[in-house]
Design a protein around this ligand. Structure first.
Ligand code: PDD
Length: 277
């Protein structure tokens, strides 16, 4: 069954969903998106994702053209029509057809359902190895479609036999190309950069869960501090929590996923109603 996609006021079959080559997303990379997952056929943390979607759109001066209730109704209809549980939903908004001014006359709104690959069992049980790279995302709090650096760096990842990258600027850790970054200090404090990063929804949930039982700090982390941390992990919608066991070839802690990370992985899964991947 071909699935439906919502494109500018219409539900149409995926293979017929086309946008103009003049669209600003293609011409100038001017677009925002958000991505949430379904547990069964139910959106996970929908309100938080909508908050961020409207925030990103407003930051880029892009009118969504739909109220929050209208958007929710469209999503509901799409999920009902497609009936493909445990997938992801992507909301995407671009500047629409190219014009020279800074006014966006007819933004393009696309809502689609997409499969995603959850982390492998070995990533969850053994953790991942990452490398650091100097980079700062533009307008970091905006979830833009700009993943230029991340895609460009793929050959480096292959060459270094690493699983992911963590960006830093002048030795201060920011985030990974598609996830947020956390460390656990020697005193078992959870620390994550609070500035110049995308405010991940998973990051927010982890902070909320961890603050119930322990100390959480949102502050700058130097690369040096990360290399000497007791534990480290990354968070995102598709991966939830994945332990980091090596940075730039140096083992973190004992080079194995730590207890605090493992407890949080379990708690977050329970909180989200995702019992197993
Ligand atoms: N990535 N930082 C960046 C730059 C991201 O692109 C993402 C999400 C995150 C984590 O945010 P969240 O917990 O809300 O997923 C942090 C999405 C999933 C993606 O790449 O499609």
């Amino acid at each position: 069954m071909p699935r439906l996609v919502y494109l500018n006021d219409q539900f149409i079959h995926e293979e017929k969903a086309a946008i103009s080559y003049l669209d600003l997303s293609f011409q100038r990379g001017y677009a925002v998106f958000d991505f949430f997952r379904l547990v069964g056929n139910e959106p996970l943390h929908l309100e938080d994702h909508l908050d961020r979607f409207y925030f990103s759109a407003a930051e880029l001066r892009l009118p969504v053209g739909k109220t929050r209730d209208e958007l929710k109704q469209i999503i509901k209809e799409l999920l009902w029509e497609n009936e493909i549980p445990n997938t992801g939903v992507r909301l995407q908004l671009s500047g629409g057809e190219y014009s020279n001014g800074a006014e966006f006359i007819s933004p393009t709104l696309i809502i689609s359902q997409v499969e995603f690959t959850p982390p492998s069992l070995s990533m969850l049980e053994e953790g991942i190895q990452i490398i650091s790279y100097p980079h700062q995302r533009q307008l970091p709090q905006v979830k833009s479609t700009d993943y230029l650096m991340s895609i460009w760096l793929q050959p480096l990842l292959t060459q270094k036999k690493a699983d992911d990258i963590v960006y830093h600027t002048s030795g201060l850790i920011r985030e990974c190309p598609r996830s947020n970054f956390f460390i656990v200090s020697a005193t078992e404090k959870l620390i994550t950069p609070g500035d110049q990063v995308l405010k991940g929804i998973t990051r927010m949930k982890v902070i909320q869960l961890a603050s119930m039982s322990g100390m959480v700090e949102e502050r700058e982390i130097t690369l040096e501090e990360a290399l000497n941390a007791k534990e480290a992990f990354i968070t995102s919608t598709t991966r939830q929590i994945v332990p980091v066991v090596q940075i730039d070839g140096k083992p973190i802690g004992y080079g194995k996923p730590g207890r605090v990370t493992k407890d949080l992985m379990r708690e977050l899964r329970r909180h989200c109603g995702i019992e197993s991947e």
